[in-house]
Ligand binder design. Structure first.
Ligand SMILES: Cc1cc2nc3c(=O)[nH]c(=O)nc-3n(C[C@H](O)[C@H](O)[C@H](O)COP(=O)(O)OP(=O)(O)OC[C@H]3O[C@@H](n4cnc5c(N)ncnc54)[C@H](O)[C@@H]3O)c2cc1C
Ligand code: SF4
Length: 473
């Protein structure tokens, strides 16, 4: 037996450290954050499980190429200040990413210990460092390059726009972000609920971009207040990161009844407009007793869990495939289940039925079964004939997907779109079909993830900088 190998193997600790969380019985009645974060002691213990691989596979799974073993080794040494600096070299939103990124499908899935089901909790360690910095109250502002005199307009303040802003400002350019809503942050403020991503954290990360020197102008709808062509007269380059905020409906009878919402409207009312604090906030919210959420992604889980917290006796997920095909993060569907959300799988709504006053009272559904895999690789749901049944329901939230808002493409000559309404842009550079205009994030990919939007922002920033230096499109 090779004694060296035996010694190394025996050091491997496969026990991932759990993160303390509010108990399901308590958290289903409040909007406070569910996961409470690692203490210093747990963070160091978890960090010590990392093997500091010579060829770290975790790093290849990170869309923004964070030097993962490096920041983890800082935690092992208790040098949290260097750890957060390391993280921020590649990620300007670590407190957000540590909370909502699907690490289980990215860095953690590539960790060498994932083979033995003991992957290092990289996301939780990332969150720990970001929260540590916030608690310390001192934020390191990196040194900026000398001013270049070049001006860039960024349309949309979601993760894509904020990343472009952060990168370009450090390179010495002047950056202005134009945001349609009254608060900056994109889906991070209007979509993802407080109990998963506290808004104070998003505000802090957007403030960091302001502290770097970016101007953030809210209540400014590009395409209405000013067009892209008008911005191009004042700015050297424009980045479009307007996301995918146009909700889909199923186009079935009864969708116009009172009590039928898009997830966008439902979550915006609760999060951005603080409906859950009514009457302290000025957004009135009707109390629903039975709520059905149609869809199986993160947006659906967020809506169903919000409904419980708003006092619903019953909150259901209605999904046409099975558990195995749920697109939501596993952690989020498990959280929902623990809190008491009921899952009606292999079920498809076909009609909403109203009462004499135009309010929803029932939904009619069909039972489904799974067939062969379709183009997405997931098994295709097939209707079972004559399997119709009804459920009493006083609200439905439709969370089946979103497309880009067409305002910017439709008011900008020369910007080409795809059949899905997304903007055509080069994958590596973010260059669109219009000179001096770049795009990235959900407006290009369709609804995706925070980290992919940030990755696209990073590539676009690199390309914009190169253009500003060389003048070559
Ligand atoms: C409820 C919900 C939960 C989610 N959960 C997760 C999760 O757990 N993990 C994850 O990784 N991803 C999650 N996502 C997806 C993720 O939030 C998005 O992929 C990401 O925010 C896209 O970033 P973006 O910058 O492209 O666009 P957005 O975040 O959509 O930001 C676009 C911004 O542009 C603004 N805008 C639009 N049009 C204009 C205009 N004409 N003029 C000026 N401003 C404009 C919008 O108001 C918005 O603020 C979730 C999405 C939702 C809706
Ligand atoms: S692959 Fe896993 S064990 Fe190896 S460096 Fe990355 S986090 Fe550490």
């Amino acid at each position: 037996m090779n004694p060296e190998k035996t010694e190394k193997t025996s050091k491997i600790d496969l026990n991932r450290n759990d993160m303390p969380r509010q108990s399901p019985e308590i958290r289903r009645h409040n909007f406070n954050e569910v996961a409470l974060g690692y203490t210093e002691e747990i963070a160091v213990k978890e960090a010590k499980r990392c093997l500091q691989c010579k060829k770290p596979k975790c790093k290849t799974g990170c869309p923004v190429e964070i030097d993962i073993p490096d920041f983890i080794s800082c935690i092992v040494k208790g040098d949290f200040s260097s750890g957060i600096k390391k993280l921020k070299e590649k990620n300007c939103l670590p407190a957000v990413c540590g909370r909502v990124c699907p690490q289980e499908a990215q860095c953690e899935s590539q960790c060498i210990l994932a083979n033995k089901k003991g992957e290092v909790a990289i996301g939780r360690l990332e969150r720990f460092l970001a929260d540590w910095e916030a608690k310390e109250g001192k934020v390191d502002i990196p040194t900026k390059a000398k001013p270049t005199g070049k001006k860039i307009a960024i349309v949309g303040s979601g993760p894509a726009g904020v990343t472009v802003a952060g990168d370009l400002i450090l390179l010495g350019h002047e950056v202005t972000i134009f945001e349609a809503l009254h608060k900056a942050g994109g889906v991070l403020v209007y979509g993802i609920p407080e109990f998963r991503l506290p808004k104070a954290i998003v505000a802090r990360e957007v403030d960091y971009i302001r502290q770097l020197g970016a101007k953030v102008i809210t209540d400014y709808v590009v395409g209405k207040t000013r067009s892209i062509d008008e911005l191009l007269k004042e700015f050297d380059a424009v980045f479009v990161g307007t996301g995918a905020g146009l909700p889909w409906f199923m186009d079935i009878p009864g969708e116009n009844l009172n009590g039928v919402y898009s997830a966008n409207e439902y979550l915006t009312r609760m999060n951005l407009m603080r409906g859950y604090q009514f009457p302290m906030s000025s957004t009135p919210v009707k109390k629903h007793v039975r709520v059905a959420v149609v869809g199986g992604g993160n947006v659906a889980m967020d809506s169903a869990r919000t409904a419980l917290r708003m006092g619903a006796d019953e909150s259901r997920i209605i999904y046409r495939r099975s558990h195995a095909e749920l697109p939501a993060r596993l952690e989020e569907s498990e959280n929902a289940e623990e809190e008491g959300v009921i899952f009606n799988m292999l079920t498809l709504p076909v009609r909403y039925i109203g009462d004499e006053n135009g309010w929803l009272k029932e939904i009619e559904c069909l039972k489904m079964e799974l067939g062969e895999p379709d183009a997405s690789g997931r098994r295709r749901p097939i209707e079972i004939p004559n399997s119709n049944f009804r459920m009493e329901m006083d609200a439905v939230v439709c969370a089946i997907g979103n497309s880009p808002n067409p305002l910017v493409p439709s008011t900008t000559p020369g910007l080409q779109t795809t059949r899905r309404g997304t903007l055509v842009a080069d994958q590596e550079t973010g260059k669109t079909t219009k000179e001096r205009v770049w795009a990235g994030g959900d407006i290009v990919t369709g609804a995706a993830t925070v980290i992919l939007a940030m990755g696209a922002g990073r590539k676009a920033a690199r390309s914009i900088h190169e253009y500003l230096e060389t003048g070559k499109w």
